[in-house]
Ligand binder design. Structure first.
Ligand code: ZN
Length: 309
């Protein structure tokens, strides 16, 4: 993975073991294997101990969770041992905590920076997959109920005349650091509707049907800030299963520094020099969320060239 940047919630830590998903007998055996670990989730949150550590249940504790879970998914193999995620959403919170031996239910993003990268990725993966199961209980084609197959990586319509397969959804979005043409180096940040005064971030938007990632970059920037860009350069991508995102990062150069915002989705957009951004950081205003690709896009731009600051 030389040269590849690994962002929070990704990284391929688990062997996803696609061959095991297709093997119902092996999956059944793994559920009762003493080395198997189960992550327990409730309404998209991970269940944690008093030390804010997500529970990883084995043995009898794992069996108790399997017995009451609404859905169980096979995440993969960790050094040869199976890892499952179980959804306790159907239980009252107190019961879910009790079954899992946990004391509270916490969004994994609130634990950012405290969990290991592998643990954060496994929790986010389980969360995204279990969330999808709750949204795909009925067939979108015929309305019949669906049932999980392949360790929870597909759902099949139970109506014999339909039988359609449903796969987990991924919703890609582009996120772009736009540089101004010429010197001094400046980047474009915007304040979104609902965000507090003085809170700026890079521009982002969902990819629409029939668009390439590049098409989405050009359209979003034209729509949101009236900017035309050239020289798109891919910067990396981030799994963002909250609930189903994939953030694809780019850097691009504007052909002009004129900016026009709609005043609805975006309240303000303006250019920042590196010096201004560093001053903001020094004043205690972080460059985006610590666990986000946004932070990386800004941080790498700041580090890329200090000559004009
Ligand atoms: Zn159907």
């Amino acid at each position: 993975m030389s040269g590849e940047r690994v962002f929070a919630y990704g990284g391929g830590w688990l062997d996803r073991a696609g061959d095991v998903r297709a093997d119902a007998e092996r999956l059944a055996a793994l559920r009762s294997d003493e080395r198997t670990a189960v992550l327990a989730l409730w309404r998209d949150r991970c269940l944690v101990t008093a030390e804010d550590v997500p529970v990883r249940l084995t043995g009898d504790a794992a069996a108790r969770v399997f017995a009451v879970a609404d859905e169980t998914v096979f995440l993969g193999l960790d050094a040869g041992a199976a890892v499952f995620a179980a959804d306790l959403t159907g239980q009252p919170e107190a019961r879910a905590l009790d079954v899992a031996g946990a004391v509270s239910a916490v969004d994994v993003r609130r634990l950012a920076g405290r969990l290991s990268a592998a643990e954060a990725a496994a929790q986010a993966y389980g969360r995204g997959l279990l969330h999808w199961h709750r949204q795909q209980r009925w067939c979108g084609a015929c309305g019949a109920t669906t049932a999980a197959r392949a360790g929870g990586h597909v759902r099949v319509c139970t109506a014999a005349e339909c039988g359609r397969l449903h796969f987990p959804r991924i919703e890609p979005a582009v996120i772009v650091l736009v540089e101004a043409p010429g010197e001094p180096g400046r980047c474009l940040l915007a304040r979104h509707a609902g965000s507090p005064e003085g809170s700026y971030s890079t521009l982002a938007g969902f990819v629409e049907v029939g668009e390439s990632l590049e098409d989405a970059v050009h359209r979003e920037l034209a729509e949101e800030v009236g900017v035309t860009v050239t020289d798109l350069v891919y910067q990396g991508s981030q799994a963002w299963p909250f609930p189903a995102g994939l953030m694809v990062g780019f850097r691009a150069t504007a052909v002009s520094d004129e900016v026009r915002v709609d005043g609805v989705e975006l309240l303000e957009a303006r250019w920042f020099t590196r010096e201004e951004l560093r001053a903001r950081v020094a004043a205690g205003r972080p460059l985006g969320r610590v666990d986000s690709i946004d932070r990386h896009l800004l941080g790498s731009w700041l580090d890329a060239d200090g000559r004009d600051s």
